[in-house]
Design a protein around this ligand. Structure first.
Ligand code: HEM
Ligand SMILES: *[C@@H]1O[C@H](CO)[C@@H](O)[C@H](O)[C@H]1NC(C)=O
Ligand SMILES: *[C@@H]1O[C@H](CO)[C@@H](O)[C@H](O)[C@H]1NC(C)=O
Ligand SMILES: CC(=O)N[C@H]1CO[C@H](CO)[C@@H](O)[C@@H]1O
Length: 352
């Protein structure tokens, strides 16, 4: 991006940040909380938690708003694979490869992991080692949305960090594939308790961020997808001259760095980047939902916030399960067998 273009988008962004959040100040519909999570979990023991996260991210995004996309995507990947347990943050080790080594991870932004660890550092310095990496990731995702011009929403807290890697296979199985149809996606997210409206709403995460040619050139070569606008296809072919060539492009051509509803307008104009995006408008079940979000941003913001809170509650560890990592990229030092056993029993008792 040229510096003048980024200056203009910064201006646009700051005007959005100043002016656009009023729509969500009234009471929001929220999904029922999973046991062990609460809206006030760290209110007394870490009252500045949310301020620390927001202030630091505001600073990071001033230099590179692209990091917001990286952080949002990491939370989604964390939660869809083995629950929101910070497993995606674990660096691969001798004990075997983690989620990070599976193909969908290869395109997670390395900087996002660094940002989460820096947040953890600031939070633990202020409050002690009491806030989990998975809670930090959930808050970072929310602020990525908000600071990109999207809705503010409350994040229930109290997650604990997992002790195990998700395997490569689990990662592949649980993360939706860019070549999927809407029907396939509906079936796949249904196994996690998400309906078609959730699916369309969370896909709106693609209103920010970038994708690699490898994720969409099958729609261009050898044959062009009939559900792709001609001019859009021509421009994509310039960015990616061949199947899987090296290159990236924005996910939302209208407002690539703003968290708004233009992604759905893209879809209505057959300018969705991935098959998994565009088919939401081709499919008869999801098409009216796409249209409703394209014409009503407030509705999109409401549904997005609702479904994100659901994502953030997937298979969470709470109470005395798992641990609060001192370093988000690795487990705390292995404890003795006895300690682990006692912790596990407490975990069971606590869940009654
Ligand atoms: C519904 C199924 C989904 C599929 C098939 C999918 C697939 C993908 C793919 C293939 C990429 C680009 C990877 C690359 O080529 O570099 C991507 C990027 C991204 N995804 Fe998704 N995704 C889905 C849902 C979501 C959800 C629920 C969110 C968050 C709410 C999300 C947020 C993002 C973001 C922000 C990026 C850009 C990341 C960056 O710029 O670093 N995605 N997604
Ligand atoms: C992409 O870049 C890599 C590393 O620079 C190179 O090895 C590979 O051949 C390139 N692929 C294409 C299709 O250009
Ligand atoms: C847009 O959606 C909001 C939230 O559901 C609703 O209150 C409002 O009436 C809708 N606006 C229009 C013009 O339909
Ligand atoms: C094998 C591999 O490349 N793993 C990477 C997964 O993604 C993270 C963040 O981008 C990297 O730190 C890992 O090295």
């Amino acid at each position: 991006m040229t510096s003048s273009a980024s200056f203009i988008s910064l201006l646009f962004l700051s005007s959005l940040i100043l002016g656009s959040h009023l729509s969500l100040t009234r009471a929001q519909p929220t999904p029922p909380l999973v046991g062990g999570l609460s809206w006030t979990f760290h209110r007394t023991n870490c009252p500045n938690l949310e301020t620390i996260v927001r202030d630091y991210l505001r600073q990071v995004f001033r230099d590179d708003i692209g990091q917001a996309a990286g952080l949002l995507r990491i939370h989604f990947h964390d939660c869809f694979v083995q629950g929101c347990d910070g497993s995606v943050l674990l660096a691969g080790s001798a004990s075997g490869p983690g989620e990070q080594e599976a193909p969908p991870n290869l395109t997670l932004r390395p900087q996002a992991f660094t940002i989460i660890n820096e947040l953890r550092n600031r939070i633990h310095r202020a409050c002690g080692q009491i806030v989990s990496c998975s809670d930090i990731t959930a808050l970072a995702a929310r602020d990525s949305v908000f600071l990109s011009g999207g809705p503010d929403y409350r994040v229930p807290l109290g997650r604990r960090d997992g002790l195990t890697f998700a395997t490569r296979d689990a990662t592949l199985e649980n993360l939706p594939f860019f070549g999927s149809t809407a029907r396939e996606l509906i079936a796949s997210v249904a196994t996690k308790g998400f309906d078609a409206t959730d699916l369309v709403a969370i896909s709106g995460g693609h209103t920010i961020g970038r994708g690699n040619c490898g994720s969409f050139t099958a729609r261009l070569y050898p044959n062009q997808d009939v559900n792709m606008d001609q001019t859009y296809a021509k421009n994509l072919k310039r960015i990616c001259p061949a199947l899987n060539s090296n290159g990236t492009t924005v996910l939302d051509i209208r407002t690539p760095n703003i968290f708004d509803n233009r992604y759905y307008v893209d879809l209505m104009n057959r300018q969705g980047l991935f098959m998994s995006d565009q088919d939401l408008y081709t499919d008869r079940t999801t098409r009216p939902i796409v249209t409703s979000f394209a014409i009503n941003q407030t509705l999109f913001y409401e549904r997005f916030a609702f479904s994100m809170i659901k994502i953030g509650m997937l298979d969470v560890l709470t109470g005395t399960q798992g641990e609060v990592r001192a370093d988000c990229s690795r487990r705390n030092a292995a404890r003795t067998y006895v300690t682990t056993l006692v912790d596990d029993q407490e975990g069971e008792i606590a869940s009654f």
